[in-house]
Ligand binder design. Structure first.
Ligand code: HEC
Length: 161
């Protein structure tokens, strides 16, 4: 191989490297749903949720516009104390938040399931739990999606920042 040919080969290889690095970078910042393993929660995932990290305790509606429609006392916990939104603005798959409301409304939870699940709403799965923390219902209910979409920029979590 002549020196000239070697030089041309190196130039082509270098260009490919630079281009692929650029592609990787733009992938990181695009608001894609979380890929990777879908996280499908089971009863055991909610065990002892009252011992998790408290995100906040409230006794008034969250804002003057009456978001959440309740002044009942309520507590919100997160399972992963150090959970942070990633470059796509979303919490990692497997992130779990639980809210317990006093006075009959009961216990609700949201789990970042990811994969293709509820991808129009950042892959969250919505739950109701009984007082022992066992799953009673699970779905991608539009009622939960739509109200929580008010804080889409916070990945649907009102109180966790
Ligand atoms: C009318 C609006 C509204 C609807 C409908 C709603 N939520 Fe919420 N949710 C809120 C608000 C506001 C908060 C913030 C805490 C508070 O004020 O109680 C919240 C908090 C939560 C939290 C704690 C994490 C966070 O976002 O701060 C969970 C878990 C939760 N909701 C689950 C559900 C589930 C499951 C459903 C559907 C069955 C649902 N929510 C329906 C408004 C709503």
């Amino acid at each position: 191989m002549t020196k000239m040919m070697l030089f041309v080969c190196l130039l082509i290889a270098g260009t490919i490297l630079v281009l692929s690095a650029c592609t990787r970078e733009s992938e990181n910042i695009s608001p894609e749903p979380n890929t990777g393993t879908e996280y499908i929660a089971v009863d055991a995932d909610f065990q002892n949720f009252r011992n998790w990290t408290v995100v906040t305790q409230l006794s008034q509606a969250l804002s003057a516009d009456g978001r959440a429609h309740t002044d009942a006392a309520r507590t919100i916990w997160i399972k992963q104390a150090d959970a942070k939104r990633g470059p796509n603005g979303q919490y990692p798959n497997g992130t779990i938040l639980v809210k317990e409301v006093q006075g009959g409304y009961g216990i609700v939870a949201m789990v970042k399931r990811g994969g293709d699940y509820n991808s129009a709403h950042n892959g969250w799965e919505w739950f109701r739990l009984d007082s022992a923390g066992k799953i009673t219902t699970r779905n991608s209910a539009s009622i939960c999606n739509n109200c929580h979409a008010q804080v889409k920029n916070l990945d649907y979590a009102f109180t966790k920042n």
